[in-house]
Design a protein around this ligand. Structure first.
Ligand code: ARG
Length: 459
């Protein structure tokens, strides 16, 4: 075990098991780019303020650049015995440039260092995840355009309710995903304040320039209270809840994909490249990707609860408990990314089966509301019309037929207002095309939705 940087105060070495328990290098190493960027900004600021000489600042920054390049190329590997990424980078720096390396940590603490690293890291990942969501949006859009006129049953209580188009149904998911992008953007905006310069908790006696490091690192400003600067993990919770919501949306979508690809529905067929077979049943084509996405939603919810629970009751300022933020949020990020990466092409390549959707929409009295509306337009109050149609439906069920196939004479038994035009008025095509209200399943509305999503993607 290498000597700890903080060894001065201690008479004994840390116990081996305790040392492993304490170490976070195996997971915080993924923030090495952000850690080095933070250190470069800090060194430049120290030199600008005359806390380091200009030459010292330049030498530190050059050496940090070398460390970054060597880590990227694999020439330098992470020391598994290092306590964390911050100690690792600093120790390599000191190995490479000697005593000068030890000056980098002037007017800084690991507490503000880790707070800045994680913000930078999460900011980058949120941008990547937003791009992946947009790929899924584009796949949905492609399918929705293709199926703007494809009629299918719309459901409530998983019972056939009213006819809709497949395009309209898909666009519902587009709306959810656009909100998800907004949530990420919003969380990043609130998070984008620089904690560097808060130091351990109380600030520093050096005349630092926090605006300089903020600008260098692309922050909108710096955190105004140093205690909050090092203790705040709200942004992790906000992002994790945004990730949980994304998974909730993907999980609902997955559930439908799974149902739709069952023999009972057969509304869609997934591409072979996104399905698997069974080891025993030769006929099987299983929607494993959708099931896994649905399943992985649990761990992303769990990560959110884990961090909320870790933070609950923590006194100010930094506590080591907070090291637990990383594995949870890294796992949420990795999971969401993996899910989006298979979900978008799975949706893009899925084949809709419009005849099956249409056949399903023809059953289940899906046009009963429209039959009632027909009578309303002929002057009956809706409640009265509703009751008449209820009786008509009961009669049709008894005769083992559907509303469209009842002879006009039979319909007239229930209301003299029924005329020959009733059949076109309750056809599935009419039911869909006449749903003209804004946001409804009618073609103009679906077109407007598609345009909205397109302009979101082009913005
Ligand atoms: N590895 C630590 C973390 O992730 C870095 C901060 C350590 N600070 C300290 N005072 N021990 O939280």
């Amino acid at each position: 075990m290498a000597e700890k940087m903080w060894a001065g105060r201690f008479q004994k070495e840390l116990d081996r098991e305790a040392d492993d328990f304490n170490s976070s290098i195996h997971f915080d190493r993924r923030m090495f780019r952000q850690d080095i960027a933070g250190s470069c900004a800090h060194a430049a600021m120290l030199a600008k303020q005359g806390i380091l000489t200009k030459a010292e600042g330049e030498a530190i920054i050059a050496a940090l650049g070398g460390i970054l390049a060597d880590l990227e190329s694999g020439q330098l590997t992470f020391d598994p015995d290092a306590e964390d990424i911050h100690m690792f980078v600093e120790s390599v720096l000191t190995e490479r440039i000697g005593e000068l390396g030890k000056k980098l940590h002037t007017a800084r603490s690991r507490n503000d260092q880790v707070a800045v690293d994680i913000r930078l890291y999460l900011r980058d990942e949120a941008v990547e995840i937003t791009a992946l969501i947009k790929e899924l949006l584009a796949a949905i859009l492609e399918q929705a355009k293709k199926h703007a006129d494809t009629i299918m049953p719309g459901y409530t209580h998983l019972q056939r309710a009213q006819p809709i188009t497949f395009g309209h149904h898909l666009m519902a998911y587009a709306m959810m995903l656009i909100r998800d992008c907004g949530r990420l953007e919003n969380a990043v905006k609130r998070m984008n304040q620089n904690p560097l310069g808060s130091c351990a908790l109380a600030g520093t006696t050096y005349a630092t320039d926090r605006m300089a490091t903020s600008e260098a690192l692309g922050f909108d400003g710096y955190t105004l209270n140093s205690i909050d600067g090092v203790s705040d993990r709200d942004f992790c919770v906000e992002l994790m809840s945004a990730y949980a919501l994304i998974m909730m949306h993907l999980s609902r979508f997955s559930e439908e994909v799974i149902l739709w690809s069952s023999w009972e529905f057969k509304f869609i067929e997934l591409d072979d490249s996104y399905t698997t077979g069974s080891s025993i049943m030769p006929q099987k084509k299983n929607p494993d990707m959708a099931e896994l996405v649905r399943g992985k939603t649990g761990r992303v919810y769990g990560n959110l609860m884990a961090l909320l629970t870790t933070l609950k009751g923590l006194p100010l300022a930094y506590n080591k408990d907070m090291q637990e933020d990383k594995e949870a949020i890294f796992d949420s990020i990795d999971t969401v990314k993996k899910c989006l990466k298979v979900f978008a092409p799975m949706i893009r390549t899925m084949k809709a089966l419009p005849e099956r959707m249409y056949a399903a929409a023809q059953k289940g009295f899906i046009n009963a509301t429209d039959l009632a509306d027909y009578l309303v337009k002929k002057g009956l109050p809706f409640r009265t019309a509703y009751k008449i149609v209820g009786q008509t439906v009961a009669y049709a069920i008894e005769k083992d037929t559907v509303l469209d196939d009842l002879p006009l004479a039979d319909l007239k038994e229930f209301s003299p207002l029924f005329e020959e035009d009733v059949y076109t008025e309750i056809s599935l095509e009419t039911c869909v095309s006449k749903r003209i209200s804004a946001g409804g399943t009618g073609p103009d509305s679906v077109k407007a939705q598609i345009e909205f999503v397109e302009s979101f993607l082009n913005a």
